[in-house]
Design a protein around this ligand. Structure first.
Ligand SMILES: NC(=O)c1ccc[n+]([C@@H]2O[C@H](COP(=O)([O-])OP(=O)(O)OC[C@H]3O[C@@H](n4cnc5c(N)ncnc54)[C@H](OP(=O)(O)O)[C@@H]3O)[C@@H](O)[C@H]2O)c1
Length: 317
């Protein structure tokens, strides 16, 4: 089968990132038997950007798939891929960041990651399974740890995830290396105009997680894929609703990170680069009712740093 050539975007770090990524946080418990062939097929189909995290327990499987793709000659070198991983909340503190990245690299079997993200602006007590048991998150110190990883060449670019405009503003006051990326929920039913404008103004690229509203996942919503507006546009353009949803993200200047466990849908999701939405279609999509799929409610508790969702998102909810 044909492989799609994926365009790239240039990050403020000077590094290039492929303009669509493969998500690896599915609803099922990750199994190497199922996922390794899928990831290899994704690379064969043209995916060059893979999004993993300590939380997803897919780093080792990604590493195995990359090694096998190299062995089969699907790629000539690991440098052809863009691999993102994320610092989990139990390691979100100055002195824990670098050791955590060394662990990620060991699990991935790689010398560096292309992008290392702070998964949430949250610190959870180590070895504590209760995610509401948060400690004070040191936004400045944690970022200094990330900068150290970047300076050492272990992470080519560094960034954050689930940061509001207010938290990005705070971070930018201290940062000597500005975040290259903010990975957030972005889709037609959570359009985040304020955050998009802020990030554009500051040169921070937005990666869009749950671009399909995590359709069918236990954390997902149907508002994207079952939107009558999206379905009508897709039918009129002879595209699928997923392709319209992903293309919309691309046209916002963001990079979707999309997951499919189905080989045909995984390939279909790459077909978003050789056509455009009309202004009229984009205007219609602005009318889609807005709601978040990922609220972060697990990180909110009366004893924790964030007592309300308002505080976690600094009012951007
Ligand atoms: N930074 C963060 O906090 C954060 C949070 C959530 C996710 N993420 C990252 O973002 C990635 C993607 O987000 P997500 O997994 O939440 O959701 P998503 O990509 O919006 O949706 C995935 C769901 O959509 C279905 N799907 C995919 N393509 C489809 C198509 N063409 N037609 C119909 N259904 C389709 C998939 O089912 P099938 O497998 O059956 O196709 C899957 O259930 C994650 O895997 C993860 O890497 C990051």
């Amino acid at each position: 089968m044909d492989s799609v050539e994926i365009p790239e975007v240039v990050l403020n770090s000077g590094h290039k990132m492929p303009a669509i990524g493969l998500g690896t946080a599915g609803s099922m418990a990750p199994s190497a038997e199922q996922l390794t062939p899928l990831f290899i097929e994704a690379i064969a189909a043209g995916y060059r950007h893979i999004d993993t995290a300590a939380l997803y327990r897919t780093e080792e499987i990604v590493g195995q798939a990359v090694a096998e793709a190299l062995g089969r000659g699907l790629i000539k070198s690991r440098d052809e891929l863009f691999i993102t991983t994320k610092l989990w909340c139990t390691d979100a503190d100055h002195d824990l960041v670098l050791p955590a990245l060394n662990d990620h690299l060991g699990t991935l079997g790689m010398q560096y990651v292309d992008l290392y993200l702070i998964h949430w602006p949250v610190r959870i007590k180590k070895d504590d399974s209760d995610s509401t048991n948060t400690m004070h998150f040191d936004i400045r110190g944690t970022w200094e740890g990330m900068e150290e990883c970047c300076r050492m060449g272990l992470a080519k670019s560094i960034g954050v995830s689930n940061y509001s405009c207010a938290k990005l503003s705070t971070l930018l006051q201290y940062a000597t290396i500005p975040p290259a990326v903010n990975q957030v929920e972005l889709n037609v039913s959570w359009q985040q105009q304020k955050l998009m404008e802020f990030c554009k103004d500051k040169g921070i690229h937005v990666c869009a997680f749950s671009p399909l509203g995590a359709y069918g996942s236990y954390w997902g919503i149907n508002a994207v894929m079952e939107s009558p507006i999206l379905i009508d546009i897709a039918a009129a353009r002879n595209k699928t609703p997923a392709q319209v949803a992903l293309r919309w993200i691309r046209e916002q200047g963001a990079t979707p990170v999309v997951w499919s466990f189905n080989r045909e849908r995984m390939r279909q999701n790459l077909q978003i680069f050789d056509w455009e939405l009309t202004d009229e279609e984009v205007a219609k999509m602005q009318q889609i009712p807005q709601q978040r799929a990922t609220t972060g409610k697990d990180f909110v508790s009366p004893e924790g740093q964030y007592k309300t969702l308002e505080q976690l998102w600094d009012g951007e909810i």
